[in-house]
Design a protein around this ligand. Structure first.
Ligand code: FPP
Length: 265
């Protein structure tokens, strides 16, 4: 049975970031490819679905810590457009898991001021899940806490194609001069419109791929790969990722370091 999301420390109470980390240089937006659930289960002689169930606990811990430390947005890859090719039982389990977690946690998310959004082609999801997603999105839309974006039936290439279609339609109608389409206008068509691009991408289980995740948004994101399997991802692993992030010198393609910490590196 999973732990409730709510804890004695409210999400909304931002507390000191862990010692050794610079609170002024925390990532504003963290994205996560939660990988390794199946291997975690297999290594324990359990069915794969148990790995997904355990993964929910790691997700709750990560959301709670990011919120507590003042990270403004957390975007996770829960189900990709490619994941439909998994065995039907696993897909059904995941859809039911999303529903039950959403139902169970909505009250806590709301009381902790989390603003939840689901990014992806949601029309392909089961009707009941779509209803719960609408309810959760509407209920939390005005919340001032961490933005929690759950990528569900999400594919980076599909997102880019949909954006191109929307712009083409407006151009055909004469509403938009194609010559005026720039990066800002393009980004406004994406599921992530209004969100800053991720500063840090964490991928668990040692895989070194982007896997069709946030192809546009990750252009200048720092990538942290850890061997930790997603269900084992905990406070230590998150701190490790943040220390790794703060050790980087972000130049965004330029040559001058953007923070004094980069000087001499
Ligand atoms: C990848 O591991 C994980 C997934 C495809 C599912 C992730 C979903 C969760 C952690 C549940 C999230 C719940 C909510 C409500 C958002 P894998 O199965 O590919 O692992 P493997 O590579 O070891 O097989």
């Amino acid at each position: 049975m999973s732990r409730p999301l709510a804890t004695t420390t409210a999400f909304s109470e931002v507390s000191a970031c862990p010692s050794g980390l610079d609170p002024d240089r925390l990532p504003a937006h963290v994205a996560v490819i939660m990988d390794g659930n199946g291997r975690w289960a297999k290594s324990r002689g359990l069915p794969r679905i148990m790995g997904h169930r355990a993964g929910v606990e790691a997700l709750k811990t990560t959301l709670r810590l990011c919120s507590k430390w003042g990270i403004r947005a957390l975007t996770v890859y829960a189900f990709s457009t490619e994941n439909w090719s998994r065995p039907g039982d696993e897909v059904n389990f995941l859809m039911t898991l999303f529903q039950s977690v959403l139902q169970r946690e909505l009250e806590s998310l709301q009381s902790e001021k989390v603003k939840i959004s689901f990014l992806g082609d949601l029309k392909a999801l089961p009707d009941r899940l779509q209803e719960l997603i609408s309810e959760a999105t509407n209920l939390t839309s005005g919340n001032t806490g961490i933005h929690f974006n759950v990528c569900t039936n999400y594919g980076g290439r599909r997102e880019l194609v949909l954006a191109a279609q929307k712009l083409a339609e407006r151009s055909v109608k004469g509403e938009l001069d194609p010559a005026l389409i720039d990066e800002n206008i393009f980004a406004e068509q994406l599921f992530t419109a209004g969100e800053v691009d991720p500063d840090l991408l964490i991928r668990t289980s040692g895989e070194r791929r982007i896997s069709n995740f946030l192809l546009w948004q990750l252009a200048y994101t720092e990538i942290h790969i850890t061997e930790v399997l997603w269900p084992d991802f905990d406070e230590v692993a998150l701190k490790h990722a943040l220390f790794d992030y703060q050790s980087r010198c972000r130049r965004f393609g330029g040559i001058d370091p953007i923070t004094s910490d980069c000087l001499g590196t």
